[in-house]
Design a protein around this ligand. Structure first.
Ligand SMILES: *Cc1c(COP(=O)(O)O)cnc(C)c1O
Length: 365
């Protein structure tokens, strides 16, 4: 069977370095808020081209804490509208509703699956205060930072799937707006061996606030100046991430090579492939997503032929039970995307033989 994602094989590549990093943490006797987190925060901020990185417990918390921080700074208030793509992972939406902000769902651009400026403009009202742009599947969304600046809108990025995605000028995911949330969930392109996440920002005050909020609102131990939560990146995960960060650009090259190979050889007219820029590293292929009108039959056919696939995502946020009040909303593009998309196996460790097998089964369908 060809696995959708072989996490064991991915981590095996760095096994001895990861084991040494883990041992170092164990031997240090210090497991929360220490040297490993500090080092990783500096290295990841440098990698993204920003001044500050704050490690947190996961990607959802990263987003929740960004909006909480912006509210505490007085830059946002409860009831403000935030534009967000209708086809995103539910975490983007939860980060808004958990802060009393109003998500304004917008249909994505059909070819990139991301927000486009035209569609954003059509949804702006007097209550719009921010835009949460998601770099879905690993592809940078259109750069709307100058539009946001001109219109006094805050731009926040959900970069959970896009570590290292960059423009032709080298500007990276996580550096376009006031702040960005990253996830290091094991299956993400930079994956921990458990839950982990981070915020990147150039705003020094916001960075400090988020660091405090994620640590019980305390600046000094047992002095709690804000009503915070416990959301910290731990030393073990930070040490592991620091090892893997060194190899992320090599991994991105491997992912893009595999994606190019699929693009060249999947020729079945029933299957639609996304168009992407082969010159610029603006897509890091967290996922390789194909579209097919007979998606469910295609998925069954692949399963029968020993190929594991995943749907990202089967149900859009506005159709989820968690958001019952929105269930009657209509977003035809988003709904069609959710009916047609299928993610096929792609990772830095996928072999040519495995890809050939996937291609053969897809073309035979
Ligand atoms: C994974 C993901 C998140 C949440 O990250 P967790 O670490 O699982 O909390 C948020 N947004 C998007 C787009 C994601 O893919």
């Amino acid at each position: 069977m060809i696995k959708f994602l072989d996490l064991k094989a991915i981590n095996l590549q760095y096994q001895s370095e990861i084991e040494a990093a883990i041992k170092k943490v164990i031997d240090s006797g210090w497991y929360i808020k220490g040297k490993a987190v500090e080092d990783f925060e500096i290295n990841f901020a440098n990698y993204c081209g920003v001044n500050h990185c704050i490690g947190v417990a996961n990607g959802l918390d990263a987003l929740i804490l960004i909006f909480r921080g912006l509210i505490l700074q007085g830059k946002l208030e409860e009831g403000d509208e935030v534009i967000v793509p209708a086809n995103t992972y539910i975490a983007s939406i939860l980060a808004l509703t958990q802060n009393g902000l109003i998500p304004v769902l917008v249909e994505p651009d059909e070819t990139s699956f991301n927000l486009s400026l035209d569609r954003v403009k059509s949804k702006i009202t007097h209550s719009t205060k921010a835009i949460l742009s998601v770099h879905l599947y690993g592809q940078l969304a259109e750069d709307i930072s100058s539009f946001c600046e001109e219109n006094h809108l805050l731009l926040i990025e959900d970069a959970a799937q896009a570590h290292g995605a960059r423009t032709e000028h080298g500007k990276k995911a996580g550096s376009f707006g006031i702040a960005a949330g990253f996830s290091f969930y094991p299956g993400k392109n930079l994956g921990a061996l458990g839950d982990a996440g981070a915020v990147t920002t150039n705003d020094k005050e916001l960075a400090k606030l988020i660091g405090q909020l994620g640590n019980y609102g305390s600046e000094k131990k047992y002095h709690n100046s804000l009503p915070g939560i416990n959301s910290r990146l731990d030393e073990l995960q930070a040490a592991i991430l620091d090892v893997k960060l060194k190899y992320i650009d090599e991994d991105i090259i491997k992912r893009r090579k595999a994606a190019t190979y699929y693009s060249k050889h999947i020729t079945n007219p029933k299957i639609n492939l996304a168009k992407w820029d082969k010159e610029t590293v603006n897509h890091v292929f967290h996922l390789f997503v194909i579209r097919c009108e007979q998606r469910d039959q295609l998925q069954d056919y692949l399963t029968v032929n020993g190929i594991q696939t995943v749907i990202h995502y089967p149900i859009p946020p506005h159709k989820q039970q968690a958001y019952k009040a929105w269930n009657s909303f209509s977003f035809p593009i988003t709904e069609q995307i959710h009916r047609e998309v299928l993610s096929i196996p792609l990772s830095p460790v996928i072999t040519r033989e495995e890809q050939d097998q996937v291609i053969k089964v897809l073309n035979d369908f």
